[in-house]
Design a protein around this ligand. Sequence first.
Ligand code: 13P
Length: 262
Amino acid sequence: MRTPVIAGNWKMYKTLAESVDFVRELAPRLAPFTNVERVVCPTFVALAAVGAELKRTDHTDIHVGAQSVHWEAQGAFTSQISPTMLQGIAEYVIIGHSECRAYLGETDEQVNKKVKAALKHGLKPIVAVGESLQQNEAGETATFVGGQVRAALVDVSADEMANVIIAYEPIWAIGTGRSADGATANNIIGGTIRATLAELYGSDVAQSVRIQYGGSVKPDNMAEYMSQPDIDGALVGGASLKVNDFVALVEIAAREKGTQGA
Ligand code: 13P
């Protein structure tokens, strides 16, 4: 049984003070939904403070994730954050988000290096994949997304897959209000991503890896995704910036597919 996981990707929103205030309000409202794993991914500068606030208020079952990581443990890489620097302040790390691929030139090879470095240093990657509108309209989604999954996981072992989450985020659905319908998203997640994992690692591993949907997830379409058998949660941008929406998303996930002991 895969525990659903809802992660809020705050992107480049919320200052340090705003992040701490937000999580102080959010955490007690997310606390009852223990059958869903709940993750917040603030900007780097707010990670430690958000974690400290969760600890102070005894809400350590809300997990903290970073939005990226470098592949080297240290070095002359001005502006970058290494996996060792995240140890102790982040449990998860988003890798390969389409915004990093598009605006920062992150390549499949770099995504793979980051995934391996994160795992080596005890961080759990949330690996984001997804096709562009052009690829989608050309009927290339399955080939492209399957290829991204394979590239991200080169030399990642079956055992390590226990700590990996994959997020399917069609680029055309991110921040656009235009979301994939539940059945279509489930088809890519089950028929392409899980099938690719089965080819790489066998069906037991493929059935155990959690795969999220992301892209304009809102309280009013959440049930459509959570009622799908292969979708194990959501990676959420805009709606995770509002306390009521974030709580509603987790509440729906708990109702539709919560497991015990998340
Ligand atoms: P939106 O939920 O704002 O579409 O963003 C999705 C996303 O990119 C999460 O990583």
